[in-house]
Design a protein around this ligand. Structure first.
Ligand code: ATP
Length: 703
């Protein structure tokens, strides 16, 4: 049963602390007595328990105010009536035990307030109307680093740097949310005046250390900035980026991804890749936690995409996957473009190389045809390096001229250029020719002789007709190439040499290697920079240039007054096959100039074999044609050697090389070379030391 009663407060101080404490004390007594619960409330307020002191004080009931007493329980009415009578009484305490109970109740409640202040995490400072500190809780001690014993009783503005409590008390204006730096700490303070009954009783400050919060705020700001920057990067990259969470739900796609997939962002976000593509790279990554690189997917639009998918791991836990996607159709297009550009660059480079002037060292080499320019371009490059060069080409194509050019265009130009014709000497002599010999090493050697390799030190050695070397010489040459060392014939001392080797051949070395006639290892050692000189028949456009060059040279040498060559004669020269190449052409011009009677060379001046070779000049008479042939109609018989001399001269003039001349005469190239040497025929001189040679030449096979 609930009952309520009204009571008017008559006490002049209203329900102040002591009166309230007496009421609480009475409430305990009545609740026990009537087995009921008692409550107080103001007319428009909510009820507070009658046994709670502070809530009762908080009702701020003044003299004349009405207090409503409610009771609940068996004897609620009696309880409410008795409490109403007590509340309206004058609260005079006479009973000593009641007084003591009231005091201890007051003390208990005061103790509770102190505990609250001490337990507060926030700092609390209370000052009185004189700015003297009356409360200084442990949090204030900790934050400000000032012991309460020092603070309490002192003036706040003397003890606490920057205190504004006296100002707040004076202005009666609260200062809320003030940020203040104390040492390394940042403090957030609320200051309020304490006003009771219209009078300022002091001021209080409640503050907290927000340094950690500040740091966290700073970090949060940095993270926000980073996030924005990353967002910008993701939005502007060309690659498509898609992020899925650990359950496979798409949580982010960048604009490039949207464009690649031709689906809108809204359509994509929230879809589950496990449904879209259960065996796809993203599904596999969120299942296994392992990255997938280069996964290819062909979209229905025909676009081929390549994706790299990486797991996203946070604190060791898989939280999703990020997929970076490229459109390879674009890459293919770029690659096509790149290969086109490279092909063009390669072509232009070749053209540039062709257009490059070979330089003065190659001035002696006449020719403008593409093949010649290509060969000279390689020769120029070869000159810039110290690498071994192998020049191939038919006899008379100018191999020696190119070798000389390489030497004089190289850094070794101030060193010697030594020529050795490997076909011109028998094996026994060639070894001594190349490597030298010791005194008494073989019959007739009365003194030590340095070889061509020693002579060529710091320069270049040109080994012509390298294909004629026998196996034992090939092995010795290989040693020089590999170890840059050799020993003289009959000697034991190992000699070191600094020589650049340029070899030349008119033979097919590859075939010789295949047939076991030439060492493969030596071939590769020699063929570091291969240069191929084209035969004259493959570059007929160079013939007028060469004719002009040789005419000028020979006319000057012979002091003849010949003005030039007639068109039909030049046509005749251009229509011929030139098996002896430039050498043969040079010889023909020399012969025409020597024999010419007129001011200009005509078709009639061409040698008979040239006129007979099917070119337009073949109808013209050539009375002088027999002049150089052995004159069989003469009665006087010449010595055998004279016929020999004439035939060798003719054969070499016609064929240009020992090989070709030998073939025509049915002799070996060695025999032709030896005979040419014996008769002092030009071109064949490839060694200077003739002392020991005469005997050897006579020793070679008879013709
Ligand atoms: N392009 C050229 N320009 C001017 N002269 C040339 C040219 N080619 C060759 N000759 C001349 O032709 C002759 C033969 O040239 P070279 O001795 O260099 O030829 P080769 O290929 O070494 O012949 P072989 O294989 O017979 O030794 C030389 O007198 C050389 O000056």
């Amino acid at each position: 049963m609930d009952r309520s009663k009204q009571a008017i407060i008559h006490h002049d101080k209203g329900l102040h602390a002591r009166v309230a404490a007496m009421i609480v004390q009475k409430a305990y007594e009545l609740e026990r007595k009537w087995q009921s619960k008692l409550y107080f409330r103001r007319q428009d307020g909510s009820a507070v328990p009658a046994v709670s002191l502070m809530p009762l004080v908080s009702l701020r009931v003044k003299q004349g105010d009405t207090l409503i007493i409610e009771a609940a329980g068996e004897a609620a009415e009696a309880a409410a009536a008795e409490m109403a009578a007590f509340v309206e009484s004058d609260f005079v305490l006479t009973d000593a035990s009641v007084i003591s109970q009231v005091d201890s109740l007051l003390q208990d409640n005061a103790f509770t307030a102190g505990q609250i202040f001490n337990s507060m995490a926030n700092g609390l400072i209370v000052t009185d109307e004189n700015d003297v500190i009356t409360v200084f809780n442990p949090a204030a001690e900790r934050i400000l680093g000032i012991p309460a014993s020092q603070a309490i009783g002192s003036r706040a503005q003397d003890t606490i740097l920057g205190s504004r409590l006296h100002i707040v008390a004076k202005t009666r204006q609260a200062e809320l949310g003030c940020r203040q730096a104390i040492g390394k700490l940042t403090i957030l303070t609320n200051r309020t005046p304490i006003i009771a009954e219209g009078q300022v009783r002091g001021a209080m400050a409640i503050f907290e250390d927000i340094s950690v919060l500040e740091t966290v705020t700073g970090e949060l700001k940095a993270v926000k900035e980073l996030k924005e920057r990353l967002q910008l990067v993701l939005e502007s990259v060309q690659d498509g980026i898609c992020v899925v969470d650990k359950d496979g739900l798409i949580s982010y796609v960048n604009p490039a991804y949207v464009e690649l997939l031709t689906q809108s962002c809204d359509e994509l976000i929230g879809q589950n890749v496990r449904d879209l593509s259960p065996h796809g790279a993203r599904s596999r990554v969120i299942k296994t936690g392992q990255p997938v690189v280069g996964s290819i997917a062909v979209k229905t639009s025909g676009v081929t995409l390549v994706a790299n998918v990486s797991p996203i791991v946070v604190d060791g836990e898989l939280t999703g996957a990020v997929s970076v996607v490229k459109n390879v159709s674009e890459v293919h297009k770029l690659m096509d473009k790149l290969s086109q550009v490279s092909a063009k660059a390669e072509y232009l480079e070749q053209e540039l190389r062709r257009a490059q002037k070979p330089g003065p060292a190659f001035n002696k080499f006449i020719g403008q045809s593409g093949k010649v320019r290509e060969a000279l371009a390689i020769a120029v490059k070869a000159a810039g390096s110290g690498a071994t060069v192998l020049i191939s080409g038919e006899s008379g194509t100018g191999k020696e001229l190119v070798a000389e050019g390489i030497h004089y265009a190289s850094q070794r130009a101030s060193g010697p250029f030594i020529r050795v014709n490997c076909a011109a000497l028998p094996e026994s002599l060639l070894e001594s020719e190349l490597f030298g010999h010791e005194k008494g090493a073989f019959t007739g050697a009365v003194r030590q002789k340095p070889g061509k390799f020693s002579l060529a030190d710091k320069g270049t050695i040109f080994l012509d007709e390298i294909g004629e070397l026998n196996k034992s010489m090939q092995a010795k040459l290989l040693r020089v190439l590999q170890q840059k060392e050799f020993t003289r014939v009959g000697g034991e001392v190992v000699l070191k040499v600094n020589v650049r080797i340029i070899a030349a051949t008119n033979r097919n070395l590859v075939q010789m290697v295949a047939e076991g006639q030439f060492r493969e290892d030596l071939y590769y050692r020699l063929n570091v920079i291969p240069i191929l000189l084209p035969p004259l028949r493959e570059r007929a456009e160079d013939i007028p240039l060469l004719v002009d060059h040789f005419l000028h040279k020979i006319i000057t040498e012979q002091g003849k007054s010949i003005s030039g060559i007639a068109g039909e004669a030049l046509t005749g020269l251009m229509g011929y096959g030139w098996p002896g190449n430039v050498r043969e052409l040079e010889n023909v011009i020399e012969r025409m100039v020597t024999l010419a009677d007129s001011m200009a060379l005509t078709a009639a001046d061409l040698p008979l074999y040239l006129r007979e070779s099917g070119n337009p000049a073949n109808l013209l008479p050539a009375p002088e044609e027999q002049v150089l042939l052995p004159n069989t109609s003469m009665t006087a018989i010449l010595p055998w050697v004279e016929y020999e001399r004439q035939i060798i001269t003719m054969a070499l003039a016609k064929y240009g090389s020992f090989n070709a001349a030998g073939k025509a005469l049915g002799l070996t190239h060695k025999t032709v070379a030896a005979k040419a040497q014996k008769f002092g025929i030009a071109k064949t001189v490839s060694w200077e030391n003739c002392d020991s040679m005469v005997k050897s030449i006579n020793d070679v096979e008879p013709c």
